[in-house]
Design a binder for this molecule. Sequence first.
Ligand SMILES: CC(C)(COP(=O)(O)OP(=O)(O)OC[C@H]1O[C@@H](n2cnc3c(N)ncnc32)[C@H](O)[C@@H]1OP(=O)(O)O)[C@@H](O)C(=O)NCCC(=O)NCCS
Length: 182
Amino acid sequence: MPITIRDATIADLPGILAIYNDVVRTSTAVYSEQEATLEDRRAWFDQRIGQGYPALAAEDSSDGSVLGFATFGDFRPSPGYRHTVEHSVHVRADARGRGLGARLVEPLFGRAVSLCKHVMIAGIDAANPASLRLHEKLGFEHAGTLREVGTKFGRWLDLVFMQRFLDGRHARAAGHAAGAGR
Ligand SMILES: CC(C)(COP(=O)(O)OP(=O)(O)OC[C@H]1O[C@@H](n2cnc3c(N)ncnc32)[C@H](O)[C@@H]1OP(=O)(O)O)[C@@H](O)C(=O)NCCC(=O)NCCS
């Protein structure tokens, strides 16, 4: 299947919505039982693009359908977190396990560096081995597990944080947080 990874457009939003709502209905990957509407996805897309953040889509070049998407946004709103982003990635159920998740997340690293970001965070449900494996494969390190901070389908959920340095500015490597003020 020929696949193109590219910036998402408004025309991709129905495909992105279908993938997102399937994930909401069938998994604990998203801590919500509330399906989104097309208007919600449009607001999400406009916010990302308005902030200069990317939203990538994987397109099946044979029929133009959306096979997955990935994006990042601010980790937390306080200004001191401005060099840290949190990303998300979702692949259509029938396209999983073929490396597409990795192909969607990898280009986010360069995009984040070009925006002067230093760390990328993944918040992953502890019962999501495919995502844990994907992120480990992409160089993310386990940073901690928050126990029972989420709930869905009538049970508590543990959230694993993984993190990846994006550039060479870590304090541990350089002896100081070089460039952290920018
Ligand atoms: C998580 C997700 C994005 C991964 O995308 P993908 O295209 O399937 O990922 P990849 O094929 O690039 O890699 C998945 C890796 O997990 C492994 N994997 C898949 N299912 C697994 C399982 N049940 N247990 C352990 N490893 C598993 C695969 O073998 C692969 O590792 P490998 O390359 O070493 O063999 C995709 O499964 C998905 O969209 N799931 C539903 C939504 C979701 O969980 N999003 C992420 C929220 S944090």
